[in-house]
Design a protein around this ligand. Structure first.
Ligand code: GLO
Ligand code: MG
Length: 346
């Protein structure tokens, strides 16, 4: 029997968050980067994902030489810990220059800021030793339809992607779609939109995507279908597994915690498409529940990985032959019940 693929796991420093929400302050004390790296190592995760300013805090005030020095210092810490850098993402949603959008801002000075910052992010990725840039286009959208032109916004996004692709011929851009929050409507809400935009760029082969379970659910889609769709194009280069209880604010719940069957189908889709065989990581973009105590701070990450691995066993033990018989007989009621009983352990 062929050796079964071993998945590798990843999370970001922001996934050990302090509990702040729009209605209240933090509930846990801030920790240093070194502490977070230590926890990641203790949990046995293989890689860490970054925002540009996770690597170089206060990045907008730093020179190119400082960015290089700080990135290399962090790379040394990662090397010493035996942890890989998965990706770097420009955080284009905090600065006063991105209030009205980043690449699609109506102000040309702000658009220039966003592109310059993205190019610095690419330099950081280069210093860390990863070729993957993730673009969550947080503020590329509208609060009201009349404020921007959708057509022009697509052109501006493509222009920005082209500048990034031209800046470093080895990097790959992975677009992380999300339909809403913070925007009312985002310009790149689904994987279909991300891959369509990729085709308009100067090098479509280097523009792919990242699926986040919660974002797909917020778009009214099944994340497993998004996985199959992206992988039919060979373009699923990263993954943010988590969960989401219906159409509300982005919850970033532990993987499988709202809907185990939807989670099972995501793992099944990853497995049937061979996700990870080209070195891709399974990342969890999950947050602790706000009431979590300091001593339970890591549970959401550990639990997400445990659930993933348990579901992987379920996927590998699923009676595919029996399922195919039900399908051939168009007996979907039996197939449905078979999945439920399999998940319940019956
Ligand atoms: C928010 C996103 C966010 C990104 C991260 C990487 O909804 O999921 O967490 O994944 O900033 O760009
Ligand atoms: Mg995410």
């Amino acid at each position: 029997m062929a050796k079964q693929h071993q998945y590798k796991f990843c999370f970001g420093p922001w996934n050990l968050s302090e509990g702040q929400d729009p209605y209240g302050p933090t509930t846990r004390p801030a920790q240093t980067f070194d502490w977070k790296l230590d926890q990641l190592k203790k949990l046995g995760f293989e890689a860490m994902m970054f925002h540009d300013d996770d690597v170089v805090p206060d990045i907008d005030r730093k020179s190119g030489a400082q960015i290089k020095r700080e990135s290399k210092e962090l790379k040394k810490k990662l090397d010493d810990a035996g942890v890989a850098p998965e990706m770097v993402a420009p955080r284009l949603w905090f600065s006063p220059m991105t209030i009205d959008g980043a690449y699609t801002s109506n102000d040309p000075k702000c658009r220039k800021y966003a592109i310059d910052r993205s190019l610095r992010c690419i330099d950081i990725a280069h210093y860390l030793g990863t070729d993957l840039i993730v673009l969550w286009l947080a503020r590329e959208g509208t609060y009201m339809r009349e404020a921007k032109s959708g057509r022009r916004s697509v052109e501006l996004i493509v222009e920005a992607l082209d500048k990034m692709l031209g800046h470093d011929k080895s990097i790959r851009l992975s677009i992380e779609p999300k339909p809403n929050e913070p925007m009312d409507h985002a310009y790149v809400p689904t994987i279909g939109h991300a891959l369509a935009i990729a085709q308009l760029t100067r090098d479509p082969k280097r523009v792919g995507c990242l699926i986040e379970s919660a974002h797909a659910i917020l778009a009214g889609l099944d994340p497993a279908d998004e996985i199959d769709f992206a992988m039919a194009f060979g373009k699923l280069w990263s993954l943010h597994l988590n969960d989401q209880n219906g159409l509300k604010f982005d919850q970033d719940k532990p993987f499988g915690s709202a809907n185990l069957r939807v989670a099972f189908n995501q793992v099944r889709a990853l497995e049937r498409n061979g996700y990870g065989k080209n070195g891709e990581y399974v990342c969890f973009d999950v947050h602790p529940f706000r009431p979590a105590k300091v001593e339970h701070w890591l549970a959401h990450l550990d639990n997400s990985r445990r659930t993933f691995l348990r579901l992987l066993e379920k996927v590998r033990k699923f009676d595919e032959k029996r399922a195919r018989q039900f399908i051939a007989d168009r007996n979907y009621a039996a197939l449905d019940q078979m999945v439920l009983e399999h998940l319940m352990g019956g």
